[in-house]
Ligand binder design. Structure first.
Ligand code: CO
Length: 171
């Protein structure tokens, strides 16, 4: 496994649409393993392949509803994920490893059901809500070349960012 460089938002690759994975092979495994290490190292909630310069429909999310000791055990690998159903609305703060230090207020559906493939090409479904649903929408947006700053209602103020960090620290 190796750490990959996370591209920043001025990189043109981040606004491109990623292509479908067709081969579930060693090359994909290496990409997934490297992305996993990179996500854990950055302590993020999600990472999409275009963020490491690979324009393929691959993303990782950390499902914080999974009771586990480590982030590693919460990571779900998504290959060619597709939204099947969405419902409700949530509005909350969102950030991105490609846009460090910036947070915005983003409205998302509260619940999502997706269809995806695992690394071995086996199809599975996942239905989730709240923060994990937000992470899924955020990562699928990356696969379509969309960043949260493209769709946010507004940026969070410095005070709001401080407040958010204090609240997270209490958890
Ligand atoms: Co992001």
């Amino acid at each position: 496994m190796a750490l990959r460089n996370i591209l920043k938002d001025e990189d043109p690759g981040l606004s491109k649409k990623s292509r479908t994975i067709t081969g579930f092979d060693k090359r994909l495994f290496t990409l997934l393993d490297d992305m996993r290490e990179t996500l854990i190292n950055a302590d993020g909630l999600g990472l999409a392949a275009p963020q490491v310069g690979v324009l393929r429909r691959v993303a990782l999310i950390a499902d914080t509803t999974i009771e586990a000791e480590t982030l590693d055990e919460q990571i779900i690998e998504l290959i060619n994920p597709e939204i099947m159903f969405e419902d409700g609305e949530q509005c909350g703060s969102e950030g991105c490893l490609s846009i460090p230090g910036v947070y915005g207020l983003v409205s998302r559906p509260n619940t999502v059901k997706i269809k995806s493939y695992d690394r071995h090409g086996k199809e599975f479904e996942l239905e989730t809500s709240a923060l994990t649903a937000r992470a899924i929408f955020h990562e699928i947006d990356h696969l379509n070349g969309v960043l949260f700053t493209d769709i946010m209602e507004r940026l969070l103020t410095d005070e709001e960012i401080e407040e958010m960090k204090t609240e997270r620290g209490k958890e």
